[in-house]
Design a protein around this ligand. Structure first.
Ligand SMILES: Cc1cc2nc3c(=O)[nH]c(=O)nc-3n(C[C@H](O)[C@H](O)[C@H](O)COP(=O)(O)OP(=O)(O)OC[C@H]3O[C@@H](n4cnc5c(N)ncnc54)[C@H](O)[C@@H]3O)c2cc1C
Length: 383
């Protein structure tokens, strides 16, 4: 069996194939180096604050797996449940967050609706005085937080490798061998491989791999940038998101503010972004916490997002027999990593969708049963 892509999802899939299903005859093929894709480029936020039934159970499963992950794979992934606070700035937004919080609690997740004073007590440095969009309160998930992204890749990799999985780096898949509608192997830059089953977990390269199987998928590739400031004394207690723009921030254990915002807004396979988005993200940051105007930006980089047309992922079979697909993670696939691997391994091993991922069907874009969490339609920049 072959899994393509040693990002978080491919590594977690290989790990759970071996651990949960006793399948260790697995080759994990990676064109670059382990963890060099989005798993090592994201802003590390983990949470399960979803609204729709197709999503909430899956992301709550993921958060529960995060809670035991370090003990499970015996690796320090610095999972830190420091809380995720989504700010609201209008009555309508408060009502939407109250509804989301209720949906979360119905699924067994934790959620608290905070008023302005409670937010001020938690984060007094936010702009409460003269903001264009005054902060009215926030939806808080205390169990949300951050994890060290590349340690997650290393932990899953070591756990999978210890169980017999072969991780093959610097090996690009350049073609799929398909006979009578069934995948029978792969062509790589280091030779051909025969395989009875192939799972694709290649994030931003999904359309390219899909094309090798003759599939045109409902995925667009976009750049998303992330930013880190110089180190500051401890300031930001958890993850905070701005409700009147697209901006999310946390503080790393080394002191840097880690933040991001929108995708760049055009299709690209380049893992670097453009200056207008740098400006836009920094403006949102300034609107939320004006004192960061004096902080120096240390680094920024880009990752390749696999944006689906309803903002929700795909974990499913494909029309090609024994070819399985894991993609469509948009901005939010890091937090999904454990559950994605768990459910994708379940699908590949048993041939059946895991109940928590049953809604993530490829044919929903044809049937219309989309999972449009944000109600934004087929617009990647709004997901
Ligand atoms: C800047 C940024 C910030 C983000 N912030 C967050 C966040 O705070 N919280 C959150 O939940 N999510 C976040 N995300 C999203 C999250 O990182 C991704 O959704 C998730 O990591 C994607 O899955 P992955 O880890 O498997 O992807 P990747 O790590 O990209 O793995 C895919 C792998 O496939 C390999 N590959 C591609 N083509 C081939 C080929 N032909 N042959 C062999 N291998 C191939 C790639 O080299 C890559 O290693 C962010 C993403 C970015 C870029």
């Amino acid at each position: 069996m072959v899994v393509v892509g040693a990002g978080g999802h491919g590594l977690a899939t290989a790990y759970y194939l071996a651990k949960n299903h006793g399948i260790s005859n697995v080759a994990l093929i990676e064109k670059g180096w382990l963890g060099g894709g989005n798993v090592g480029r994201n802003t590390t936020i983990i949470r399960s604050n979803y609204l729709l039934p197709g999503n909430e159970a899956f992301y709550e499963q993921s958060l529960k797996l995060w809670e035991g992950l370090e003990q499970d794979f015996n690796y320090n992934a610095m999972v830190s449940q420091r809380g995720v606070l989504n700010l609201y700035h209008s009555d309508a937004q408060r009502d939407a967050y109250a509804r989301r919080g209720n949906a979360m609690r119905l699924h067994g997740a934790d959620a608290e609706l905070l008023d302005r004073n409670a937010v001020k007590a938690m984060a007094p440095f936010l702009n409460f005085d003269d903001a264009r969009f005054p902060i009215q309160g926030g939806l808080l998930q205390r169990r949300g937080g951050t994890a060290r992204h590349d340690a997650v890749a290393w932990g899953f990799a070591r756990g999978a490798s210890d169980r017999g999985v072969d991780i093959i780096e610097n090996c690009e898949v350049v073609g799929l061998a398909i006979e009578d509608g069934r995948v029978v192997g792969l062509k790589t830059t280091r030779g051909d491989i025969k395989a009875k089953k192939v799972g694709l977990a290649v994030a931003g390269a999904t359309s390219q791999l899909g094309a090798m199987a003759g599939l045109r998928l409902p995925i667009e590739s976009h750049v998303l940038q992330a930013f880190v400031s110089e180190g500051l004394k401890p300031l930001v207690p958890g993850v905070i998101t701005f409700g009147a723009g697209h901006f999310y921030v946390s503080q790393s254990d080394k002191g840097g503010l880690v933040f991001g915002g929108d995708i760049d807004g055009y299709n690209s396979y380049a893992r670097r972004g453009n200056l207008p988005v740098v400006e836009d993200v920094c403006e949102s940051g300034m609107a939320l916490m004006p004192m960061i105007g004096r902080v120096r930006l240390l680094r920024s980089w880009g990752g390749l997002m696999d944006m689906s047309m309803d903002g929700s992922p795909i974990i499913d079979r494909t029309p090609v027999e024994n070819l399985f697909l894991n993609c469509g993670w948009c901005y939010g696939g890091f937090k999904a990593t454990p559950a994605s691997g768990w459910c994708f391994a379940h699908l590949i091993a048993t041939g059946q969708s895991h109940p928590n991922a049953a809604a993530y069907r490829l044919d929903r874009f044809a049937s219309g049963a989309v999972i449009d969490e944000k109600g934004a339609g087929a617009q990647p920049n709004l997901h």
